[in-house]
Write a protein that binds this ligand. Structure first.
Ligand code: DOR
Ligand code: ZN
Length: 439
């Protein structure tokens, strides 16, 4: 047989286990998981000594486009993604202006197909003003989900009250992604804090009960309406315990930040560069997140890549905006966790490929299997590297993980048969396309 591309000699992480096998690719899709020794191809990727994973997906990024190009754009953010071993991103809608109607979505869709280095799904914002349109918007091409901020964060999009949340849940039928923090409690607690307090005040203001109360309210509404939800960045032990009894209406995302960083250390060490929503919390919550991950409660892991200008992050609390860069460091950090024995490589694939596909109804991706898109992340589990700020491709130019040593590194990113990253170099042209979803 002759293929467009052969990936030879790697250890492939298939849905049924690890196999040393050669992959044959044609027309941007996987033709065979068992290429023969005599098969030929237009190009060969030598993967001896590497693990071949299905193209990993970061299902939670804020690429800020349209917005401030000095911080991030869709081309720079997707370039950062492929450098970090990510083959598909799902991009959040809290841009300036937001993606909340058919016209802004269409403009973004055209731009994304012309300028992305990896494949991309687009969230559409649910707001009080567009509830009537949500059922149509969620069925448009390239839309991974409606995203609703039930508590305030960056930008002004929000649906905080039960009446509007219930109406939004009754509009349309696909799974809705929620930022879950109770806005009323956030506002009630604000006067307890003042400018110039130490950065750790961030987690005291937006405390555990803000998140837990928000999630309890959303679960009650999901039960009442029968609507499926994806609770983004679950950050407390209490929510995780509660969500065990909500598996009929909820899937669960945990962020690499909440698995990796711990308070108060992150605030003392990083100042504003440790501030995000929901906040990084104490060790008890990090342990609960790992326990939930091991028990199968966690469906997806994302980075919540949310870049801001360095000068803005240097401001005193609470003037520094919330959000941390992360799309480029997600895979290195998770591989380091694999090497430390905290999860297996196949569980990582479940969380970052199969999981997003299942939760969002993503078609043709998320598995190493015949007929699926030829998306791969090749990783060297034996590599030892230090995350350097000079490696960060986002124009804002910083990472909260600068100086961190990691074991395990993404060596190549392949998107529909195109090698877009090899050994820290971005190759070719932006060939990214819109991901496809079951409507
Ligand atoms: O920390 C955060 N930053 N949390 C969010 O929910 C939004 C994000 C952003 O867009 O900056
Ligand atoms: Zn986010």
């Amino acid at each position: 047989m002759h293929y467009d591309l052969l990936i030879r000699g790697g250890t492939c992480v298939t849905p049924w286990g690890e196999e040393r096998t050669d992959l044959g690719i044609a027309g941007g899709r996987i033709v065979t998981l068992a290429a023969a020794a005599g098969d030929t191809a237009g190009a060969v990727v030598e993967a001896r000594g590497l693990h071949v994973l299905p193209g990993l997906i970061d299902s939670h990024v804020h690429l800020r486009d349209p917005g401030d190009p000095a911080v991030e754009t869709l081309p720079t953010g997707t370039r950062a993604a492929v450098l970090g071993g990510i083959a598909t991103v799902f991009d959040m809608p809290n841009t300036v202006p937001p993606i909340a109607d058919s016209a802004s979505l269409e403009t973004k869709r055209r731009y994304a197909e012309a300028q992305s280095w990896c494949d991309i799904g687009l969230y559409v914002a649910g707001a009080k003003s567009n509830i009537a349109d949500l059922a149509a918007l969620e069925r448009e091409p390239g839309v991974c989900a409606i995203k609703i901020f039930a508590g305030s964060s960056t930008a002004s999009l929000m649906i905080e009250d039960d009446a509007h949340l219930e109406r939004a849940m009754r509009a349309g039928s696909r799974r809705i992604a929620f930022h879950s923090e109770d806005e009323y409690r956030l506002q009630a607690r604000k006067p307890l804090f003042s400018t110039g307090m130490p950065y750790r005040a961030h987690m005291e203001w937006r405390d555990e009960e803000c998140a837990f109360l928000g999630t309890r309210r959303l679960m009650a509404l999901a039960r009442r309406t029968g609507r499926q939800t994806h609770i983004l960045h679950v950050s407390t032990a209490e929510e995780l315990a509660y969500l065990r009894d909500c598996r009929d209406v909820a899937t669960v995302e945990v962020l690499v930040n909440h698995l990796t960083q711990v308070a108060p250390d992150c605030y003392d060490r990083l100042g504003g560069f440790g501030v995000m929503n929901p906040p990084i919390r104490g060790e008890r919550h990090r342990e609960a997140s790992w326990a939930a991950l091991r028990e199968g409660l966690v469906d997806t892991i994302g980075s919540d890549h949310a870049p801001h200008a360095r000068s803005a992050k240097e401001k005193p609390w609470p003037d520094c905006p919330a959000g941390l860069t992360g799309v480029q460091t997600l895979v290195p950090l998770m591989l380091d966790h694999v090497n430390a024995g905290r999860l297996s490589l196949s569980r990582l694939v479940d969380l970052m490929a199969a999981g997003p596909a299942r939760v969002y109804g993503l078609l043709g991706k998320g598995r190493l299997a015949a007929g699926y898109d030829a998306d791969f992340t090749l990783v060297d589990m034996g590599a030892r590297r230090t995350i350097e700020e000079s490696w960060i491709a986002s124009p804002c130019g910083w990472t909260p993980f600068a100086g961190q040593r990691v074991a395990g590194w993404p060596m190549a990113t392949i998107v529909r048969g195109h090698v877009v990253m090899r050994e820290d170099e971005v190759l070719g042209a932006p060939i990214g396309r819109l991901a496809r979803f079951a409507a």
